[in-house]
Design a protein around this ligand. Sequence first.
Ligand SMILES: NC(=O)c1ccc[n+]([C@@H]2O[C@H](COP(=O)([O-])OP(=O)(O)OC[C@H]3O[C@@H](n4cnc5c(N)ncnc54)[C@H](O)[C@@H]3O)[C@@H](O)[C@H]2O)c1
Length: 375
Amino acid sequence: MRVGVIGAGLMGREVASAFGRWFALLDCPVRPELVAVCDTNPAALDWFRRVPGVAHFDTDARVLLARTDVDVVYVAVPHDAHESLYTEVLRSGKDLFAEKPFGIDLAAARRLRDLSAQLGRFVRVSSEFPFLPGAQRAHRLAASGALGRIIGVRCAFLHSSDLDPDKPINWKRQSAHCGEAGVMNDLGLHVAHLPLRLGWRPSRVHAQLQKLYHTRPDGRGGRAPCDTWDNAVLNASFEAAGEAVPLTLEMKRMAPGETNTWIFEVTGTDHGVRFSTKEPKTLWTFRRAKEQLWERTDLGFDMPFKAITGGIFEPGFPDILMQMWAAFLAERAGLLGGRFGCATPDEAVAQHEIWAAALESQREQSVVVLPPPAP
Ligand SMILES: NC(=O)c1ccc[n+]([C@@H]2O[C@H](COP(=O)([O-])OP(=O)(O)OC[C@H]3O[C@@H](n4cnc5c(N)ncnc54)[C@H](O)[C@@H]3O)[C@@H](O)[C@H]2O)c1
C-alpha cells in the first residue's frame, strides 16, 4: 500500500519509522510503503531524505494528492488545518488516515464524517493506546460482560511537560490552532476511544476546565497568550441496564509526576480491571470474593498482529503505532479478522459531542444533557 504523509512533524516522522521496520510483523496482510511526504515548511522535509523509498518531497498538498502512485494519505498537521486538508484528500479519491481530533470542533468533525460517507472513502482516526496488550485485555474483559453490573469507569491521559512555565508557546497552546476545546482536542480521543467502543456514550456531562498559565515565552524574547484549556476533568455518566453509571474522563497537560500516563479502569460488581502505562506490563484484575483482592498479571508482547519480538518483552509507543497502522491497513483490505479496529469517524464525532458539552458545562456551570446520537 503506497502511503503519502502530509505534515512532516512529530507524528509524520513516527509513521515513517513504524513503516521502516514493518518486516517485524509476521501476520499483517498488507505492507505499507512511504512514497511521498509533504510539508509547507521545506526544512521539515529534510529528515525524510534518510527514509528509503520516499520518492516525492512536496511543499503543496495538492501536488501530493495529484500523484497517481499514492493510495492512502496520512495527515498530521495542526487542528485548524484538519478540515481543509482532510476534505482535499477525500475529494482527491484517496483513503485517509486522519489524526485526532478529526477537525477542530464538532461541526467540522460532522462535515468530515458526512463527506467521507458520501464519497465512500475508507477513513479512520489515530488512537494507538488501545493496541497495548494491557488495554486489549481490559477491553476484552469489559466487552465480555464478565465484570457484572458496571459500578464506575475512569479513563485518563496525563502529561506534565507544561508545568515548566518557561516552555515556549506552540500551536497546541493557542485556541486558533488547537481549537477551543484545548487539551480535550489534544488528548481527548485517547480517553474516549475505549468507552465509546464499548457503547458507553455519556448522556450527561459536568466539566471542570482549568487554564493554569495564561502566557508563555514566544521564543523571541516576549510573551504570547496561552489561551487553551490545560486540564479537563469531566464527570459524566452513561446509561447501562436503565441505570446511570459514573464515567470520569481526565485529560491533563499539568499533572505533576505524569509523563504520558494513559489509564483505563472499570469496576463491576463481579470483576474489575485496571491498566495504566505507568506499569506497562501489568494488568490488574479484581474478582469478588470473601477477601478484597486485586490480582496482578505480568503481560508480555501479546499484540493483535504477531511480531518477531519475543513474547516476554515489553511493548512501547513505536510498537503500538505499528499495530494501529496494521489494523488500519488490514481493515481497509477487509482482512482485520476480528481484531480491534481503529477509531471510526462516528467515534471521532462522538468525542467532539462530549467536548462541546464540556465547554457548555464550563460556560454555564451546569450539568449538560447530551441528546441521543442522530440515527
Ligand atoms: N496519535 C498521537 O499520539 C499524536 C501525538 C501527537 C500529535 N498528534 C496529532 O498529530 C497532528 C500533528 O501533530 P504533531 O505533533 O505531529 O505536530 P507538529 O507541529 O510536530 O507537525 C505538524 C507539521 O505540519 C506542517 N503543516 C502545517 N500546515 C500544513 C499544511 N497545510 N500542509 C502541509 N504541512 C503542514 C507543519 O509545518 C509541521 O511540520 C495533530 O492533529 C495532533 O493532535 C497525535
